[in-house]
Structures are given as structure tokens and as C-alpha cells.
Design a protein around this ligand. Sequence first.
Ligand code: GLY
Length: 567
Amino acid sequence: MKLNRVLSIVVLLLLLLACNQNNKLKSDNVFKNGVVVTAHYLASDVGNNILKQGGNAFDAAVAVQFALAVVYPRAGNIAGGGFAVIRTAKGESESLDFREKAPKAASEKMYLDANGNVIEGLSEIGHLAVGVPGSVDGMVKLHEKYGRLSWEKLVQPAIDLAKNGVILTALEADKLNAYRERINKVNSGKINCCYLRKTDFKKGEVIKNPELENVLIRIKEQGRKGFYEGETAELIISEMQRGKGLISKEDLLEYKAVWRPALIGKYRDCKLISMPPPSSGGIALLQLLKGAEEFNLGQYQFGSFEHIHLMVELERRVYADRATWLGDPDYCSVPVNKLLSEEYLVNRFSNISMDNKSNSQEIKAGNVEVIESFETTHFSVVDQWGNAVSVTTTLNGNYGSKVIVEGGGFFLNNEMDDFSIKPGVPNQFGLVGGKANAIEPEKRMLSSMAPTIVEKNGKLFMVTGSPGGSTIITSVFQNIINAVEFKMNPQNCVNAPRIHSQWLPDKVYAETDAISPTVKRNLQDLGHTIQEQSRIGMMANIAVNEDGLLVGAPDTLRHKDSRAIGY
Ligand code: GLY
């Protein structure tokens, strides 16, 4: 009897294993029907459940966006913005711009004192740093055009997470603790919010957010009106009044996410589908890839002097273009075709030499040594039909402006810092800008987000993207060249060590194991300044392998909570 029982359990386990193998196929993270890769396993799980219920990739993306607002509050959001690049199963592509914009009352010199100097921190922390949020309208638009399941079904998992609570991971507890004092200071006097604490957050404790639960219920029941009008809008406006912020009732009412043609480019035998302005991500990425092709980067060994030096020299020129030419296309004319033309790029890269390091132009002092690595978050989804979506979404800095909407339980972005607040003065990522990205009422601030989809021979090849402010572009660039130039498998593309440079500051940031001592000496001999950076970027990748199966490649090495979940 006892033996029979043991045998039947063994048979059952074998059966379960066989089923699982059938879906998970051969190695970890290889799936047949659909996969979701995000920075938090609970959000990946939410997305995968939507796919399993017959939802498509766009449904899953909406559910993930709301779930991240609960489980990953440092970057997931309802009061931030972002970009989505989509490719349907039929091969049609489009992009959705749900970037925040400046409030109507914003002005070019709003962060400068009477002497024209930047008032430190004003564009980064507190109520004046907040742009008009775009995420909720973005999700409504994505669902209206491409969704399959009901809106209510997609918002419900986030409501459940806020209601039942989220078990804090070590990473999230550490992050909340690192920012606890700053968050408390900005929100002093408020009560009841789950993120306001005098004591440390601890791994394993359950965080419930009833205030956010109520906001999400309103969004579920009323769609965009549940956020931009009525009770939630009133909470946001009261919060603005409390801290002398600029967002008005009209700003909220009039906010609109915008469908834009995706930016399309060619690189070797791949078609790139990426984000056009107001993100610089797509243009910069395509320029870099053109350079990789021009110099046949794949002829060099990965991590060699030639590989690193050439990437840095390309990046220097591309980021200089970014600072000069890019901004919101509704407010300035961005010479997209010129910047991507073969003639322009060949000429632009023609003075790159293997024997010299070029010097970035001198600018006013503005030493930005810290690159916040994990603000912003990226997720990728592919469904059973082959629809793909690549979404990068953000509050900008970790926990955005640190302002929590009283009674709402959610953080407001600090996206205004992505404007060029004064020509030549670097923002929190060390990025400088000029007139094209100057503040104007209702203008969208320039971004580096680069959600991207890659096609090969007319078929889906890769869905990719990363957080990391200015390092987004170079992380996505390296991920793609790792696959195409260095023929790495999808997980190795993500795991491979990264470097980053961006014209100004004139430095090469390198992950600890990215540059060997010999290559480092060679680079330094040429005049490169190298600064170690613990982590650069955090990819969330999906690739399609030769058998047509989906390979999820999370950046678990750099961020333990990342997960690819599929079926
Ligand atoms: N907030 C970072 C970016 O949009 O590039």
C-alpha cells in the first residue's frame, strides 16, 4: 500500500516534469507559446497569466505596467511615462509615446535663480520636478487599439497585489531603506502611506497599499477618467498645491499619449524597429549600429582594445549629436533623416582613429559622477501569435520626485530633469543639452529610452530594452552587437559585461569585469579615463531561436528579482 502510494507520487512527478519540459523546452527560459520578461517576478507572473488566459502581448503589457506600479514602486508607475514599440504578428509596427510633458505653467528658466544659476535639486526632487503623467493614458490607448481581453481583467491583478500585499524582496527592501530619509523628508506630515516609515523595511515583510488599491479600482472602473479626472485628479492637484507644484486640472484633463510611426532602420541583415523622438533612444541606437557595421566591429575580439575604443569613439559622437539636435518633434525640427543618412554617418565617423582618442569638447564644470543605474524599468512580451511589445517606463530617478500623492499611495515622477534646464549644464545623468530640449509649456522632455524590436529575414528576432538613464542606449547597443557581431546566445548577450560613454563627461564607465588590466592600460595610454561602475543597464530580452522558440533572457545577474516567465 505504502509502496503503491510512493510509486503513484513518483509517476505523478514524472508526468508533471514531462508537461513542464514540453512548455519550457530543453533549457531554462525557452518557451513555445509566450513569454514575459520584467524586473520583478511578480510582474512577469501577472503578464504570463494574462497570456495564458488568451490575452495577447499588448494585454499582458498593460497588466504588467499596472503590476509594476505596485511591486516595483521605484520605477514601475501610474504617474510616470514611457514608450512602447510594437510589432504585430503580421509584421506591422508602431510606437506609442506616453512620455510626460511639462505643465502649462512651466517656463524655460524655472530652475534658475535670479543670477541665472541652476538651483540645485529643484528639477530632481519635490513637487516642481514633476511632469504631467502619461502612463495611464498610454495603457488606455494601447488597450483600445490592440487589446483582446477586457480592461477590467488587466487592471485587476495590480489591485489584488495592492490589496493582499507584496512580499518585499531583499533588493526592494534595501532600495526603500536607501531612500527612506529622502522620501520621509519630502513627504513630512503625511500619514498612512505604506512607504513612509521611521524604521527599516525588511526582506520578507508584506507591504499592502490600500490607497493605491483604491486608485487602481477607479482606473479599472473609469479608465483614463479614473486617473485624470475625479477623485484621483483631485488628490494630485491637492498634492501640487501642498508643495507649490505646477500641474493643473487642465494639464491632467488634456494629457494625451500619441501613436507615432516607429523609427525603422537597417543594420546588417536586420531591420530595427525603435522609438523615434521625443526619445533619442532610437536615433542614437541606429547611429551606433551603423558605426558598428562601418567598422566591422565583429572582426575584433569581444573586450579587446579595438572593440572598446571603437565603441567609445562612436558613442562620443552620437551623444554629441543627441545634445545638439534632439528634442520634442512637436516643438522643434529634429533632422532625423539627416542624422541617420549613410553619407552623414560615414563622414561623422571618418575621423575615428585607432591611434588617437578624440577629445570631448570642453564644457562648464558640472561633474556628475553618479549614474543611477536602476531607475526606469523595461519589459518585453511575446505572445502565442507572435505579437511583440517592448516597453520602457519610468519615474526618472528612483521613486521619481520622491513625492507621494497623499491619499493615493503612489510616487510622482521627476521627469522635468530630463529637459535641458540650462544649456551646457548636465542633468542627473551628466547629459547636456541645448535649445532643442529647453523647457516650454506642454513640451515633452527628451528621453534616452530605447525600447526596440529586431527583425531578421522578415521574422521576429529580438525584443529588447533597458533602464539606466543615459546608459540605456549603450546597453541596448551592446546587447544587439553581442548577438549580431559576436554571435552570443541570448542569455550571454545580456550577461556580457558592459561599458558606457557619452561624450560628456569625457569618461569611459566600465563594469568591474568589462576591461582586462592589459586593455585598460592600452586605453589609458591613449588618454581614455576609465571609471568603474558596479552595474550598467538591466536588459529584459526575448529572442526567437532557430527552432522558432521564445528565449527569455532576464538580467538576473545584475538584478536578482528579474524573471522570464512563459508557457
Ligand atoms: N528618464 C530617463 C529617460 O527618459 O531617458
